[in-house]
Design a protein around this ligand. Structure first.
Ligand code: SF4
Ligand code: SF4
Length: 386
């Protein structure tokens, strides 16, 4: 590894704002699956342009010089890029810790071996459910479940640390015991049981995805029972349960602060402080027009919600603002139309009633999985036109 711990001259001149530590490279919005909770923008079909191999390597190099240490390869489905092994190799040569975030579609033994040779550190495979029928219905592919099972086994056999990720919602959260058992059988090192975060396609489908409080309580109790059992057995698998903030009264400290440690680059080179921020009414810079140093430290987009000058009441005078930064700017914008509002998850927000209404809606009978709006090119194009 080279460049480890290197600090650019530019970074030394910027004591007030730390560097980006986490780089998320959304290599493409293309994906063979159609998850109705996908975090890609609704209008992803409008953004077909992708950075070239050389442009991505230049982005990695600039971010590394600023101080970034972890690099996630994401999408869409990053495996649709034929240059993925080359990108992984370049990133590892720069000293990044590298993580592939994939659905497993398009993975095979040859590519697993190729990525190992390139130095890939870690693989995360996402599943839609613990049984083939629900998994394949959500994914929109009859082959998806078997392919994921085969690739999870192959990834472990190759010796990678492996995360299995299950996005949970009202249609699969009651399977939590089976999900955990499946992950243990597949020898996952980490299991991420992440309830939907309501952005992008998940926000569009929120009524059909948000679990009830009773479902969440059951999932939490089962997870805690398994945690205790695994700890007693000294089992290496770790269970991570991410609950939806819709059942909280205080918002999450989103992205650990706006433009604080996370840097996302979208397929066309737009730089974002978080992967959902593209929807905000803010002009975000592009790596083909500006250096990453300028983007991170000086651009309007990355400075827009740093600090607290932008805050309105009740956040402005709130003693908790150092802890949660007023919550999520995207959620504030989606629910109030104004990104400078307090996140409506907060019980002090004048818009908190929207969260309470969503909770009440979750208790009503909801249509079946087939009624969800699935993420695909055709639907995205319709949304773009509307
Ligand atoms: S969430 Fe589903 S549809 Fe979206 S990129 Fe991931 S695998 Fe593809
Ligand atoms: S009022 Fe604002 S800063 Fe205070 S807890 Fe709520 S969201 Fe956080």
């Amino acid at each position: 590894m080279n460049n480890v711990g290197s600090v650019s001259a530019d970074m030394q001149d910027r004591p007030e704002q730390g560097p980006p530590l986490w780089l998320l490279a959304e290599l493409t919005y293309r994906c063979p699956l159609q998850c109705p909770y996908c975090s890609n923008p609704l209008e992803f079909a409008e953004h077909k342009q992708e950075l070239t191999t050389a442009q991505w390597i230049d982005v990695f190099s600039q971010a590394r010089a600023l101080g970034a240490a972890q690099l996630g390869f994401s999408g869409g489905e990053p495996l649709v890029r034929d240059d993925l092994a080359e990108l992984i190799g370049a990133a590892r040569d720069m000293g990044y810790y590298t993580n592939l975030i994939t659905s497993g579609m398009g993975l095979n033994q040859a590519r697993i071996d190729q990525f190992l040779d390139a130095g890939l550190d870690h693989i995360q495979i996402s599943f839609q459910a613990s049984d083939g029928e629900v998994n394949n219905m959500l994914a929109g592919s009859r082959k998806a479940f078997d392919q994921k099972l085969a690739m999870a086994r192959a990834v472990k056999a190759a010796g990678y640390p492996m995360v299995l990720n299950f996005v949970t919602h009202r249609h699969n959260i009651d399977q939590i015991e089976k999900i955990i058992e499946l992950c243990l059988a597949l020898e996952a090192d980490f299991v991420e049981l992440a309830t939907c975060q309501y952005y992008g396609w998940a926000h569009l489908n929120r009524a059909g995805l948000l679990p009830t409080k009773a479902q969440l309580d059951h999932a939490e109790a089962v997870t805690n029972r398994y945690r205790a059992k695994l700890a007693a057995e000294d089992h290496p698998c770790k269970l991570i349960l991410v609950m939806p903030d819709y059942y909280e009264d205080r918002p999450k400290g989103c992205m650990n602060g706006w433009g604080n440690i996370f840097l996302t680059i979208t397929p066309d080179g737009t730089a974002l402080p978080c992967h959902s921020a593209r929807q905000l009414p803010v002009a975000f810079p592009n790596v083909s027009e500006h250096s990453l140093s300028h983007i991170w430290y000086d651009s309007f987009g990355f400075n827009r919600y740093r600090g607290d000058d932008w805050m309105q009441e009740p956040c402005r005078s709130c003693p908790e603002k150092e802890k949660d930064f007023g919550g999520c700017r995207c959620q504030a914008y989606m629910l109030t139309g104004d990104a400078t509002q307090a996140d409506p998850v907060c019980s002090k927000s004048p818009h908190h009633h929207q969260i309470l209404a969503a909770r009440a809606e979750a208790d009503l009978p909801q249509p079946p999985i087939e009624a969800l709006t699935f993420r695909n090119e055709r639907t995205s194009r319709i949304i773009c036109k509307s």
